[in-house]
Design a protein around this ligand. Structure first.
Ligand code: N01
Length: 901
């Protein structure tokens, strides 16, 4: 039953809360922008009473305030629209590819009228405090205008970029001219004709406003602290190809957007930059430049552009080349060219004539990196080097983004009198970016911890509102009245956020995404970088798993607390496993050895090609019982290099010297050593101990032929993954027992070390993580009869361990082999062997060898390479590549997904 609602306060009672009654509603919604309007509509449809509260004089949210010249959206308007009602879509036609602020504001007004929403909104009303009333189990809101509000549920639809940053420059008050903020532009416009104008700030707002201001002003001086990447919008009619797609099948188009990475339907790119020629890359880039679409250029060039510093650097340089081509003065062009952040790590801008504006005689760029502002004075701005006399200063200096609109607006006091500002003192902590532990019935729309500003906001807003309103309805049906995230769920989400932040390059830039633009603000990547589609899947999964991570309570019903963590896997591991599950493959062990080998060959064809190394060669070496093929990977640097003898995975049954090609390339590049991958013999044709004996014989042969192979004479290293880890471990034992060859170190990645199946990881990870218990049984059966399995050549854990070479042992949390790997590392340590362990949190058996697929495995791979270099006596690498260098305050320690044991 909806709770009673009283009418908003009359003019007579405005501003005097003491005289005002309390307005009782089911839900209070703060903000009347895209999110607030849709929330009110959905709540009304669901039969819940609601009031909207907004400081502004009308609907529009950010589009109400940001009226500066040139203001437009930067997602194509056909995508930046509501999709909840096909009739609404039919009733409104956008006039341009990127609509202007006035047109978007008209659209929101049209929506408010169409669904008669204004009657539930109190404009010119600011919430001054929000307090959770423990006794009533309700939120009590005080306002600066009219009735206070008592509500069961409190929805912050306050937007991510709505709290402007104060000017952090001394002397603003002394300035005798006019001061404007792009984010609070006067409604009746500003006449800048004939004026000497300064713009401070070159983010999206500045970059849109500068060309327009330059056309009016007598003189425009732009004060730039950090150059930004911008690409031409090529605004005009809605592009025919996009309209054709949308109108051809609207429902599918919208659904694809909902499950896409950024909320706009573009296909996933698969080609990686190093697979493309210079000409191909340039062609792709020119197409993107001509399209004038941020989402396109951020996602459609090549697969590694957003995740890898090298792949990204190629885009960045092409944009800089464009800037140099447009801006005539080389010094100005250089100052406008960003070098301090990867392309896309800071929000790139969409412009109309931005760079060309600097060719105008009335426009000057002041590079604040070379001459910082000293002060604003009565007459203008003084830098370290000169003074500028001005009539107008425009601040385009941005926002206290994502948290500002939630924290700065008013104090929010949750359970036990704790404020949200206290709870977020070290940065925002949320569950799903929607809720906060200790703040029951408080919901944020597109809050920190959700994809929000890294997505098409229209799509994310609808998803959040739908999720929240659906929960409120479900609670009502079950008799619950409060809903609150658990601490466990929230901490788990922080870990997942930190894991996701390793997927992209956002962590490598100081931006408003990370809080770095506000002095003193806690820093960390605030939006969810795992993608809109995966995020939607997770939100749905929370519900599907019985509201995992939430406490639900209500009068007359038993409290429900389904505590737990929604995502324990690394985000990319989760994607891989979901993809494999969708393929609905038959169990590999049912395919027979030949069938399984054919399957593996096909499977490997679909993975990204390994990266370039100096040289790849093939040859034959002498195994235990005849010649064996090998593949050699040589670094591009001058040799001779130390040699790593590598044994591939595949349960002694599958794979060959080429099957772990990307991993071998990666180890070669990272360690700067030669990798020789050995094609040892397989079962069932060659059962135990063929693989083990081949491992030892091949290592001996390679050590003896090091010089011919271009390697450094002396001890070699061994490495292996899975069954190959078993062969590597056994090789070390045989080398010690048989007097050689000399081995300087062993890298064992998720190795098989024992024939016992009773360790916990065998039960915990029996199914669901690709390498199943059933598959391991099958491998063992094919390779080795039960009577032989305790032989140390099959189960090295049962061998003599003292005196073995130092080891680096890698295990994965979701792997049946996890515990025997840990057991081996511990046994080695107990036997006095120097051992380092790397326990891959959230990883599965194949994580570390799936190079360029499981991106979060890169940290672990970097550590493996460092360990190998250490074994070989090489100095530490000074440069790190895609390994999380320069992180912006991760919410949890950087190497969480690869904790040292
Ligand atoms: O703000 P910003 P914005 N002294 O933070 C500079 C969305 N948006 O309003 O980079 C000197 O990006 C600051 O320099 P630095 C969009 O998501 C969308 O432009 O901190 N300079 C920077 O250059 C966008 O990303 C649209 O070194 C100072 C600029 O001011 C987001 O809103 C349009 C300074 C601020 O740039 C924010 O954009 C507009 C100081 N003290 C906005 N303080 C569209 O849809 C700050 N700066 C198209």
């Amino acid at each position: 039953m909806p709770e009673a609602m009283v009418a908003p306060a009359s003019d007579a009672t405005r501003g005097n809360p003491a005289q005002n009654p309390t307005q009782e509603v089911d839900v209070a919604v703060i903000g009347a922008g895209f999110a607030g309007l849709y929330a009110l509509h959905r709540l009304r449809q669901a039969g819940l009473t609601a009031v909207g509260l907004d400081e502004a004089g009308d609907v529009g949210g950010t589009w109400y305030w940001n009226r500066y010249p040139g203001a437009r959206c930067d997602i194509q308007t056909i995508d930046y629209s509501y999709t909840f009602d096909p009739a609404l879509e039919g009733a409104w036609t956008w006039s341009e590819k990127y609509a202007t602020q006035p047109e978007i504001l008209r659209y929101l007004g049209f929506v408010a009228d169409r669904y008669d929403l204004r009657r539930d909104i109190r404009f010119h009303t600011k919430v001054t405090a929000a307090t959770w009333d423990e006794g009533a189990q309700r939120w009590q809101l005080t306002t600066d205008n009219g009735a206070s509000v008592s509500c069961r549920y409190y929805i912050m639809a306050t937007g991510c970029l709505s709290a402007p940053k104060p000017p952090e420059i001394d002397g603003v008050k002394d300035f005798k001219g006019a001061v404007y903020f792009t984010s609070r532009w006067p409604h009746d416009g500003v006449n800048l004709a004939g004026k000497r104008v300064a713009v401070i700030g070159t983010g999206s707002s500045g970059i849109q406003a500068i060309p327009m201001i330059a056309e009016q002003a007598a003189q425009l001086t732009v004060f730039q602290r950090t150059p930004n990447f911008a690409l031409p919008a090529h605004n005009g009619p809605v592009p025919a190809d996009r309209l054709f797609l949308l109108e051809g099948d609207r429902a599918t188009y919208r659904e694809q957007a909902r499950w896409s990475p950024a909320g706009v339907p573009w296909p996933k790119q698969t080609a990686v930059s190093w697979q493309l020629s210079d000409a191909e890359r340039r062609e792709r880039f020119e197409t993107a430049w001509a399209k004038g679409d941020l989402v396109y250029i951020l996602t459609q060039l090549w697969a590694d552009q957003a995740v890898d510093v090298d792949g990204n650097a190629r885009v960045a340089e092409l944009v800089r080349e464009k800037i140099r081509g447009i801006v005539r003065d080389p010094e100005t062009a250089a100052a406008l060219s960003p070098h301090d952040h990867p392309f896309g790590a800071k929000r790139p801008c969409l412009d109309t004539n931005y760079y060309a504006t600097y060719n105008r005689p009335n426009v000057t760029l002041v590079n604040l990196r070379q001459e910082p502002i000293k002060a604003i004075t009565a007459s203008g701005i003084t830098t370290d080097k000169r003074s500028f006399d001005l009539d107008v200063i425009v601040f385009a200096t941005g926002f206290d983004a994502m948290t500002g609109a939630i924290l700065a607006v008013h104090p929010i006091m949750g359970r036990g009198g704790k404020t949200l500002s206290e709870a977020w003192a070290n940065g925002p902590q949320t569950y799903l970016g929607l809720t906060v532990a200790g703040f029951p019935n408080l919901f944020m729309v597109t809050g920190p911890g959700s994809p929000s500003v890294l997505s098409n906001m229209a799509v994310s807003i609808e998803q959040h509102i739908d999720w929240v309103v659906d929960r409120l309805v479900a609670m009502r049906e079950a008799g619950f009245t409060t809903m609150e995230a658990t601490e466990t769920a929230q901490e788990g989400w922080a870990r997942h956020m930190a894991d996701c932040s390793m997927l992209t390059l956002h962590r490598l830039a100081n931006t408003w995404y990370t809080g770095a633009n506000v002095p003193g603000k806690a820093q960390g990547v605030m939006p969810y970088t795992g993608g809109v589609g995966p995020y939607r899947g997770i939100c749905n999964e929370v519900v599907g798993r019985g509201m995992l991570g939430f406490k639900l309570a209500g009068p007359g019903v038993a409290e429900q607390c389904n505590d737990g963590e929604i995502v324990c896997l690394q985000p990319d591991v989760r994607l891989v496993l979901n993809m494999l599950a969708e393929m609905n493959l038959p169990p590999i062990e049912t395919l027979g050895a030949e069938g399984a080998r054919a399957f593996l060959n096909e499977f490997n064809k679909s993975r990204p090609a390994g990266r370039l190394v100096g040289e790849v060669g093939e040859g034959m070496l002498q195994g235990a019982d005849g010649p064996l093929p090998y593949r050699l990977y040589r670094p591009a640097t001058p040799g001779p290099h130390p040699i790593i003898v590598y044994f591939h995975g595949g349960g002694w049954v599958l794979g060959d010297e080429q099957s772990d090609d990307p991993f071998c390339r990666d180890m070669c590049r990272r360690s700067d050593m030669i990798v020789v991958s050995v094609g040892y013999r397989h079962a069932p044709e060659h059962r135990f101990p063929a693989a083990a004996e081949d491992g030892h014989a091949a290592t001996r042969w390679i050590a003896e032929h090091a010089a011919e192979l271009g390697g450094r004479a002396g001890p070699v290293l061994v490495a292996g993954w899975s069954a190959g880890g078993n062969v590597a471990a056994v090789t070390c034992q045989l080398a010690k027992a048989r007097g050689g060859p000399e081995i300087a170190g062993q890298l064992l990645v998720c190795p098989v070390t024992d024939c016992a199946f009773d360790r916990a990881s065998y039960a915990e990870n029996a199914t669901g993580y690709f390498l199943t218990r059933g598959l391991m049984f099958w491998f063992w059966d094919i390779y080795c009869s039960p009577a032989d399995r305790t032989d140390p050549r099959a189960s090295p854990l049962r061998g003599e361990l003292s005196g073995l070479p130092p080891a680096f042992v890698v295990t994965a949390e979701f792997d049946p082999l996890r515990d025997e790997g840990i057991a081996y590392a511990e046994a080695l340590a107990n036997a006095g062997v120097p051992v380092e362990q790397l326990k891959g949190r959230g990883h599965f058996h194949s994580s570390f060898t799936m190079v360029d697929v499981v991106i979060t495995g890169a940290i672990g791979r970097a550590r493996m390479a460092e360990a190998l270099r250490g074994f070989a006596g090489l100095p530490k690498q000074t440069t790190q590549r895609d390994d999380g260098a320069r992180p912006v305050r991760p919410a949890v320690p950087l190497d969480v997904n690869a904790a040292a044991g």
